[in-house]
Design a protein around this ligand. Structure first.
Ligand code: UGA
Ligand code: MN
Length: 402
């Protein structure tokens, strides 16, 4: 602006100065045009930042710039075992989070990767069953489980969507309050979601990340959700756990931390009420004189165990003794099929939460958010904090890219 003003002053002056004045006038006109052009460009750029731009060609570049597969430096150790078509990649934290029984405050030592490597891009076989493909973990460190505090293995299915990290954050905040717990975060994806790995890097809950990719035939409406993930978690347990308790905790439910104290001493299979299930508002075992005598559930459908996924826990030893069954891909009947495969006598089921008088877990649902609109590629983004935020939100991808 200053240069423009000076140029205009000079214009007044050269009006009466002959040929040299004409030359100066020409230079001034060129200068004013250049400055004007620059201003137009600047204003346009401002406009691009403030206006929500619909999808266009720049998405292509953006989609490539932020791939969902873990980038180098996100700590996936390639030196892992490989069995048949199943790839297993593991990262072990050299320092574990301390998880002293009774002490909800874990050591906040960050996960330190021993090696860095590009995540393998697993070949997607639509016929393949759920597979453990990538595994990395923060261990429980010195918190060796004792008979008084058997480890609770929480298996959480999760999948890529805008609210994914928000759900995992909320769940992690609850799990932080629970001693002797190992969280199996199992993602239904063909490659790990980078945002999830970044989230787990700062998560102090002892955990293992697994891939549990659902085959294409189990995707879409009226298909079982979270089964490939849970089965990947169960396969991991078969190898790594000898005792403790298994609990299936979907990422979008709401858990009172006391439910974990309740289930910790499950001998075979324990059950308890779950709020916000069907129009009845609750799904619960019916208990009389301390014994389970039936089920209260809005969708019985001939099930032997009409109960929600969040409404039961299983002892690890008992599970292994019953030949470690997997969960069936049978929409609506996943819980029933799994519990029936455990061959449990209904009279042996342990009612918890004060004889099923308390609701300590809720089947909440989160309103689905649309993926975010594109953030522009300009200095206002690349040279400010926006650049950091860009990597933490889920963007709409161009048609055909998922
Ligand atoms: C209900 C039950 O609570 C689930 O345990 C059961 O798997 C599901 O119905 C079913 O029968 O299909 P609902 O709340 O309706 O669950 O389903 P979601 O919350 O959408 O999904 C259940 C779990 O699977 C979540 O943890 C979710 O993150 C995960 N999921 C969902 C995937 O891993 N992949 C998907 O494509 C969808
Ligand atoms: Mn849900």
């Amino acid at each position: 602006m200053w240069r423009t003003w000076r140029a205009l002053q000079r214009t007044e002056y050269i009006k009466c100065c002959g040929l040299s004045g004409m030359v100066a006038l020409f230079r001034t006109v060129v200068g004013v045009s250049l400055v004007g052009g620059l201003l137009v460009v600047l204003l346009w750029t401002e406009h691009q930042v403030d206006v929500k731009t619909p999808a266009h060609i720049h998405f292509q570049a953006h989609a490539r710039a932020i791939p969902e597969a873990a980038a180098p430096g996100t700590a996936l150790d390639k030196a892992a075992s490989q069995a048949g078509t199943r790839k297993s990649v593991q990262l072990q934290s050299p320092r574990g989070a301390s998880n002293t029984p009774g002490d909800p405050h874990h050591n906040t030592t960050p996960l330190t990767p021993t090696t860095h490597a590009q995540a393998p891009a697993p070949a997607h076989n639509p016929q393949a069953p759920a597979q453990v493909v990538v595994k990395r973990e923060r261990t429980g460190g010195s918190a060796a489980p004792t008979p008084a505090t058997p480890t609770i293995y929480v298996i959480t299915p999760t999948y890529r969507r805008p609210e994914q990290v928000a759900e995992l954050t909320r769940l992690a905040q609850t799990l932080m309050l629970v001693p002797s717990l190992h969280w199996l975060v199992v993602e239904d994806a063909v490659a790990p979601t980078r945002r999830v790995l970044a989230f787990l890097d700062t998560c102090t809950v002892p955990h293992t990340y697994l891939l549990g990719t659902a085959s294409r035939r189990y995707k879409g409406a009226n298909k079982p959700r979270g089964v490939s993930n849970r089965n990947a978690g169960l396969k991991w347990l078969k190898v790594h756990a000898k005792e403790g308790v298994i609990y299936f905790a979907d990422d979008d439910n709401t858990y009172d931390y006391r439910i974990f104290h309740e289930i910790r001493h499950t001998r075979q299979v324990s059950m308890f009420p779950v709020g916000l299930v069907t129009r009845l508002g609750v799904s619960s075992p019916i208990v009389s004189n301390g014994k389970l005598v039936g089920f209260y559930d809005g969708w019985v459908a001939g099930r032997k165990f009409p109960i929600d996924m969040a409404g039961f826990a299983v002892n690890v030893q008992f599970y292994l003794q019953r030949n470690a069954p997997m969960m069936p891909y049978n929409v609506g009947f996943e819980e029933d099929g799994f519990l029936k495969a455990l061959k449990i006598n209904p009279e042996d089921i342990e009612p918890l939460a004060d004889n099923c008088t308390k609701i300590l877990v809720w089947h909440t649902r989160t309103v689905k958010s649309l993926p975010a609109l594109k953030m522009p590629d300009n200095d206002r983004v690349s040279k400010t904090n926006l650049h950091h935020l860009k990597s933490q939100i889920v963007f709409q991808l161009p048609h055909g890219i998922s």
